[in-house]
Design a protein around this ligand. Structure first.
Ligand code: ADP
Ligand code: 5GP
Length: 203
């Protein structure tokens, strides 16, 4: 037994899942029931959807600005997803994790495996938990994607095909959460975070 309680280090919560499964909706709910969490705001070259706010949903930037930030190593990880570029801000994440905070990242499967490599190589000092959100069925996923009405039919079909490919890698995640009801999915993620926080003691 240690003489004193050990200091806890930060926890990175990585959430992935196919487009339209409800990641943004569930994460929004999660912040309501768990306001102490911090959210990382990614940069993207994608055009904003109606209602999306710069600096709140994403940091919407040009391709030139994105390329510059890649060169300057400003991203912890970055990837091309569905034809646009997305990147996670390095400095913010590292600073908050050092303070012992719990930071939530919503990234695609490429981003999640980059984060895994960084943690395993010791380049990122944090505990990390990988959560994959799945729909109750592929039909429901198709319905949600169409219901959002933010993409045209061609993009919806493309995203659906990508979703089926993404579902193949879900076993690599620590937890698979079914987004049946928004409230219960958020409650399940909250419970996972609380358990994982207890495992983040450092020697
Ligand atoms: P993602 O961020 O994974 O692309 P969104 O959060 O934008 O997905 O959700 C896609 C659509 O599905 C939205 O219209 C949202 O309101 C709806 N949605 C999300 N979760 C649920 C749920 N549990 N039940 C019904 N509709 C949902
Ligand atoms: P959307 O355009 O629907 O907001 O997001 C498309 C995909 O990009 C989703 O799978 C989302 O998780 C992912 N994504 C958002 N931000 C990042 C990021 O910073 N890095 C990576 N790798 N993926 C991201």
């Amino acid at each position: 037994m240690p003489k004193r309680a050990k200091r806890k280090r930060g926890l990175l919560v990585v959430i992935s899942g196919p487009s339209g499964v409800g990641k943004s909706t569930v994460v929004r709910r999660l912040f309501k029931v768990y306001p102490k969490l911090l959210m990382s705001i990614s940069s993207t070259t994608r055009t904003p959807r109606p209602g999306e706010i710069h600096g709140q949903h994403y940091d919407f930037i040009t391709q030139e600005e994105f390329d510059l930030r890649v060169k300057q190593h400003k991203f912890l990880e970055w990837a091309k997803v569905h034809g646009s570029y997305y990147g996670t801000p390095r400095q913010y994440i590292e600073d908050e994790l050092k303070q012992g905070e719990v930071v939530v990242l919503e990234v695609d499967v490429q981003g999640a495996s980059s984060v895994k490599r960084l943690v395993e190589s010791g380049d990122l000092k944090a505990s990390v938990v990988f959560i994959f959100l799945i729909p109750p069925s592929v039909d429901i996923l198709a319905f949600r994607l169409k219901k959002r009405k933010t993409e045209d039919e061609e993009v919806v079909n493309y995203r659906l095909r990508a979703a089926i490919a993404e579902l193949q890698v879900m076993e690599k995640y620590d937890y698979i959460v079914v987004n049946d009801k928004v409230e219960s999915a958020a409650d399940k993620i909250k419970a996972i975070i609380n358990v994982e926080k207890e495992r983040t003691l450092v020697n």
